[in-house]
Design a protein around this ligand. Structure first.
Ligand code: SDX
Length: 428
């Protein structure tokens, strides 16, 4: 293939270079388009055909259902790595040595104390506040308690910010849940692993010792790995564009949490469970909901199905579906919701509407079934997604800032009124 793209506008022809990535993805570099054509730009609602950056962090192939973090397959990472190893690789580019990982975890634990005044902010929220709104606020508030902005050109400063947010974020996650439950806001223990500590902070009862359950530890570790990054999805693109104005890391992460909250994005894991519950209440009538999903006059969508990139199975959904079976069996939980989910999946995979549109189960379709079996409240599901996605957001923010990328500022095509003189109120 030639290394240029030719564009014909009227009698003029323009040439633009092609960029080819390490996995042979090809993009037209249109950096010079507006200048070369005297003002012509492109338009692409939802950026379905538009790349925002070149990135070395995560590779997706939606047609083949491939997902790799820093070149490592999601299947191997989910099977053989732990969450902190994956977080380190995403952020710093390589899997850590044993010493690096031990130091990373130790440094995270040293930075995991949150200013007690954060509790005053949590107390100000009504108990029925959605945890994603609380978490986004608390994450933004971290800036107030850690005002020095990250000097991205200083490896040490960047490393310290990374371990600080990886240490404090799980505390905010746990406190967000416990506040709704009326439980004391606690800390875990520096003697525990990262995921064990999350579980202890979330589930410890004030009057008894929390006993770790390896099934829950392994399940949560795997779920966090599977959610850790996903290239330029909505919330990650939000983190990158907010960070491109040189807003701080915590402020950028807070914006990403808000973007993730939406039911079309991370909020889908909560919406899936609510949908499955509704189907169960409705006597398990999946056909009714399939019909609603296909009815253009009905805003209902089959939550947990479809994906902007994957036009094949989401590899994470495959792994989570197997894990759901294992976790429920090991916990001795018999959840009819899982059977409804599997039935719905089978129906959709054999339905022309879904097959034609290449709509497959995505990461959110089965994850909530595991979270529920673990005793996590449904409103906390998207918070758990954010806990997993944190290292990906950090990695992408760091890459954007180290790459000295310009502030994100898309153009538009104006379709409003042409010039008109002001009309005095007496003449309106
Ligand atoms: C995540 O981007 C990422 O990587 C995200 C994520 C990550 O890790 O960060 O993977 C996490 O957000 C997963 C997606 C979770 N969202 C849901 O499960 C919500 C349900 N899914 C849809 O809303 C939808 O599939 C999206 C939002 C995920 C993708 O939407 P697109 O790419 O904009 O596609 P579209 O809305 O243009 O749909 C194309 C067609 C339309 O029909 P036609 O107009 O062609 O007739 O497919 C239909 C849609 O109506 N369609 C669905 C459907 N999803 C798409 N119809 C019924 N049910 C659905 N779920």
């Amino acid at each position: 293939m030639s290394d240029i793209a030719k564009l014909q506008i009227g009698d003029n022809q323009y040439e633009f270079p092609l960029i080819t990535g390490t996995e042979n993805e090809v993009a037209i570099d249109i950096k010079t388009l507006r200048g070369a054509t005297g003002g012509v730009t492109t338009i692409d609602p939802g950026y379905k055909n538009t790349g925002s950056c070149q990135s070395a962090i995560t590779f997706l192939n939606g047609e083949e259902g491939i997902l790799r973090y820093r070149g490592y397959s999601i299947e191997e990472l989910a099977e053989k790595a732990d969450f902190l190893e994956v977080a380190y690789a995403l952020i710093f580019g390589e899997l850590p040595t044993k010493e690096q990982l031990e130091k990373f975890h130790s440094d995270i634990k040293d930075k995991s104390i949150v200013d007690d005044d954060i509790k005053k902010i949590i107390d100000a929220f009504p108990k029925n506040a959605h945890p994603m709104g609380v978490l986004s606020s608390l994450t933004s508030a971290l800036t107030a308690f850690n005002p020095s902005s990250v000097n991205v050109d200083s490896e040490e400063d960047m490393y310290n910010s990374v371990v600080k947010i990886l240490g404090k974020f799980p505390v905010l996650v746990a406190w967000t849940m416990r506040k709704k439950q009326g439980l004391p806001l606690n800390y875990g223990s520096k003697s525990l692993g990262y995921v064990e500590n999350v579980l202890k902070m979330m589930f410890e009862q004030p009057n008894e010792e929390y006993v770790q359950n390896e099934v829950l530890v392994n399940a949560l570790d795997k779920l966090l790995i599977l959610h850790a990054d996903h290239e330029q999805n909505c919330s990650t693109s939000t983190v990158r564009i907010v960070g491109s104005s040189h807003a701080g890391l915590f402020a950028s992460l807070s914006a990403g949490i808000s973007a993730l909250w939406g039911p079309l994005h991370g909020g889908a894991n909560q919406a899936v469970l609510e949908m499955l519950e509704a189907i169960k209440e409705d006597g398990g009538d999946t056909k009714k909901y399939m019909a609603k999903a296909k009815d253009k006059n009905d805003p209902f969508r089959l939550m947990g199905f479809g994906h902007r990139v994957y036009k094949n199975f989401d590899p994470r959904a495959k792994i989570i579906k197997v894990a759901a079976d294992e976790v429920l069996k090991e916990l001795g939980v018999n959840d009819p919701i899982l059977d409804i989910a599997k039935g719905l999946e089978q129906e959709a995979l054999n339905d022309d509407y879904f097959v034609k549109r290449k709509l497959y189960p995505n990461v959110d379709f089965y994850s909530g079934i595991i979270y529920r079996a673990m005793g996590i409240p449904v409103e906390m599901f998207t918070v758990m997604f954010a806990l997993g996605r944190l290292p990906g957001w950090i990695a992408q923010w760091r890459e954007m800032r180290l790459g000295k990328e310009p502030i994100g500022r898309p153009r538009q095509v104006y379709t409003g009124e042409n010039f008109r003189p002001f009309k005095d109120i007496s003449n309106r």
